[in-house]
Ligand binder design. Structure first.
Ligand code: ADP
Ligand code: MG
Length: 396
């Protein structure tokens, strides 16, 4: 079957006029001879009546902590509504469609409520619907466990649903429709002159997603890569060709840097050696790891260890460091900027150039690190937009 997955994000299904655009994308897929499978997110972004965070705000925090299965049932509602509203719109356009929950579409997961993992797929029902030339409209972000209880797939889950269905149905392509023209050289909300990247490899895209470009979720990229199904990021509101993602990517020899991303909410911790805490100092990184605290930008010196953590882990780490009598300092509200490019390490003096450009504008660089494909620098959150703009002007 000539299957095409078309996933539409929250803004794409948020209003009548946008849903009309969705219908036109589905119509085009049908006219081109594809059998489309539509995947939808909950309608609207943060604050909208059926958006995920609004639903979450309906119940108390202590209830949420102890009732993750119930929370998943609540969270699934936003996508249920979207599927039916979208089917209504397709029906008005004369396109036969049927709404499906994630479980009905064959996404079977483990019991890890709130961030469940795929364990199995059951394509029979959705394949029988496709065989009848009916368009399935699938609720994104959710699955069902082996006992039939609804689960959700965690952040960015609708992208992951689309990728899972693409691999399960051996689709020709997985199209992710959103409100920008594709993956851009920087978040277009920060850098207005950001440009669309025409093509990227799975690996590079994974790096982008992992380092904060929220336009696509890393798990979706990983899933598509494993199944070797091309992913395309497109704009629901335009006819831009989008960004095509496959194993090859695109080599533009003039551009050594592909783009810039960032992750906010980082906290920098520096631990200094003190004679009476030598043993604890030696094992501290392992102890933090054993406590499920994930560390990043780790620099180790004989008398000092510096790293960053997510701010959600702050209280936990402070308790541990205090109880072990560690000598530490902490800088909160930091932001990690990633400058990504497949050849980046080969550029002489690039780290110095980055640091000089930022410091010239009085933006302190708290830490740097580099790999073959990425240079990271840590700055204070207040400076992030300006810093990204400066780096974009220099390199892209
Ligand atoms: P959807 O609701 O369609 O899933 P998201 O909000 O998850 O949309 O992702 C789209 C947003 O990602 C864009 O509006 C854009 O601001 C943001 N974004 C961040 N970095 C990038 C980037 N490098 N390229 C494109 N968009 C980006
Ligand atoms: Mg998204």
């Amino acid at each position: 079957m000539n299957i095409l997955i078309q996933k539409f994000g929250g803004t794409s299904v948020s209003s009548n006029s946008r849903r009309k655009q969705v219908v036109s994308k589905v119509k085009k897929a049908l006219a081109d001879g594809f059998k489309p499978v539509v995947v939808v997110s909950a309608m609207g972004r943060k604050g909208a009546p059926y958006a995920t965070d609004t639903l979450l705000s309906l119940v108390d925090d202590n209830f949420k902590a102890d009732n993750r299965q119930a929370v998943d049932l609540l969270l699934c509602c936003g996508e249920f509504i979207s599927t039916v509203v979208m089917c209504n719109e397709l029906n008005n356009a004369g396109i036969k469609s049927v709404p499906l929950t994630g479980g009905q579409a064959g996404i079977i997961t483990d019991d890890n409520y709130n961030s469940a993992e795929l364990t199995d797929t059951k394509p029979d029902l959705i394949e029988s619907i496709l065989a009848k030339d009916i368009v399935p409209v699938v609720a994104g972000f959710q699955g069902i466990n082996k006992d039939g209880i609804l689960t959700t797939l965690g952040r960015g889950g609708s992208d992951t649903s689309a990728a899972i269905l693409g691999v399960m149905l051996k689709a020709k392509e997985i199209q992710i429709y959103t409100d920008v023209d594709g993956i851009m050289t920087a978040d277009p909300r920060i850098v207005h002159s950001a440009e669309r990247i025409p093509a990227m490899s799975y690996n590079e895209t994974f790096q982008f997603a992992e380092q904060g470009a929220k336009v696509i979720h890393p798990r979706a990229v990983e899933t598509a890569m494993k199944g070797n199904i091309p992913l395309v990021i497109k704009n629901t509101m335009t006819d831009s060709e989008g960004t095509i993602i496959n194993s090859m990517g695109y080599r533009d020899s003039k551009k050594l840097i592909t783009g810039i991303t960032h992750v906010a909410g980082r906290v920098q911790i520096s631990i200094r050696l003190r004679d009476n805490t030598k043993e604890n100092y030696k094992h501290i990184l392992k102890i933090l790891g054993d406590n499920n605290i994930s560390l990043d930008l780790i620099n180790i010196f004989p008398n000092e260890k510096i790293f960053t953590i997510d701010e959600k882990d702050k209280d936990n780490i402070l308790n541990i460091l205090t109880s072990m009598n560690m000598n530490y300092t902490m800088i909160e509200k930091c932001c990690k900027i990633s400058i990504i490019g497949s050849m980046i390490r080969g550029i002489p003096g690039i780290v110095a150039k980055i640091v000089d450009a930022l410091e010239e504008k009085n933006i302190d660089v708290l830490q740097t690190a580099d790999s073959h494909t990425t240079i990271w620098c840590l700055i204070k959150e207040d400076n992030v937009n300006e810093a990204i703009q400066i780096l974009h002007d220099i390199f892209l």
